[in-house]
Every structure is written in C-alpha cells, then in structure tokens.
Ligand binder design. Structure first.
Ligand code: 5GP
Length: 176
C-alpha cells in the first residue's frame, strides 16, 4: 500500500501575490472593454474566484466543464465537453481561465471549440504551466507560475477528487 506524501510547491502568500499581479495586468489590458471570463471546470474554479476579485473592470463569468484524464495520467487530446457555456460568446472578448497546462492538448481543443463561435478575441490565462511537457505550441497570455514536471494538487486542483480545498499548491509523492 502506498502512502501519499504532499510537498509544498507554492504557498498561499505566493499565489495571492501572483493573482493580484494578473488581475492588475488584465484590468489594464481590458480598460476599454468588459471581458467574458470562461473558467474550465473543475480545476480552475478557485483560481477563477480569486482572479475575478483582483480585476477592477466589469467582467462576466461562464464555465465550461470538460472531461479530465479519468484513470489515465496523461491527456489523450480527445476532450469531452460535459457542461457547455450558458452564454453566447460571439463578438465577446473572451479570457479562458485554466488551472494547468500540461501537454497543451486540452487547451488547443477548447480554443478550437470556442473559435467556431466567433468571439472578438480569445486570450488564455493559466495559473500553472509545465512547459517541458508541451506537445504543441501554446501561447499563454497571462501565466501565474511555471512548474516542474510533478503531479500538482491543491487550490482547486485534485488527485482523485481530493486536495482541491488545500489553500496552497503542492505535489504528490507516493511512498512505499
Ligand atoms: P493537457 O491537455 O494540457 O495535457 O492537460 C490539461 C489538464 O490536465 C489540466 O486542466 C488538468 O485538469 C490536468 N492536469 C495536468 N497536469 C496536472 C497535474 O499535475 N495535476 C493534476 N491534478 N491535474 C493535471
């Protein structure tokens, strides 16, 4: 039986400071518009909740739920939309809010899925990025942190549906 050991990667304080920076930058860039933030569930919900409160321009929010890895540990690139948007995004300035970019395949699928609805613009905001794992070229417009190739949890991100409620971000190590 393996024990799960949690190691801290990013503290609550570091996350808070970074989200204030991201909020300031987004508020400057959208000073003349009211963007529609689309959070990708479930992993991005806590990030999104803090991010919108750090943005000073009026924003609207919607959510998209996509299938995760299931039992697999790596994205296949085949993404299933579980819950679709409630709002129209045609002519909207969309900011897609993701928890973590790993291979980039999920994000690529979602961008293509949203693009056919003709938004005015789409920008990507991701809390975490694992650049060494990218399989495709993905431009992240607003990035929180680059992280090493570890399985991260906390602050909305789960391991078998657990650890979402951790206020910090850690990584999981399995011990004998
Ligand atoms: P990608 O398609 O970029 O490979 O995978 C993106 C999705 O995989 C993320 O939105 C997240 O749900 C999941 N994911 C990627 N890396 C991790 C990780 O380190 N921990 C957890 N819990 N999920 C991850």
């Amino acid at each position: 039986m393996k024990n799960v050991k949690l190691c801290t990667l990013l503290t609550e304080e570091e996350i808070k400071k970074k989200i204030e920076e991201l909020g300031r930058k987004i508020s400057e860039d959208y000073s003349n518009s009211s963007p529609l933030l689309i959070g990708v569930l479930k992993g991005a919900w806590i990030f999104m909740a803090d991010l919108v409160r750090a943005i000073t321009v009026p924003v609207r929010c919607d959510f998209l739920q996509v299938s995760s890895y299931g039992q697999a540990t790596e994205s296949s690139g085949v993404v299933k939309i579980i819950t679709d948007l409630k709002s129209s995004i045609t002519n909207e300035d969309v900011i897609l809010v993701e928890d973590i970019v790993d291979t980039g395949l999920t994000l690529r699928y979602i961008i293509d899925y949203l693009s056919i609805r003709h938004p005015k613009s789409i920008k990507i905001c991701a809390l975490l990025d694992k650049p060494e794992r990218h399989k495709i070229n993905i431009k992240i417009d607003y990035l929180g942190f680059t992280v090493p190739n570890k399985f991260v949890v906390g602050y909305g991100i789960d391991y078998q549906e657990l650890y979402r409620n951790l206020p910090y971000i850690g990584y999981v190590e399995l011990e004998e």
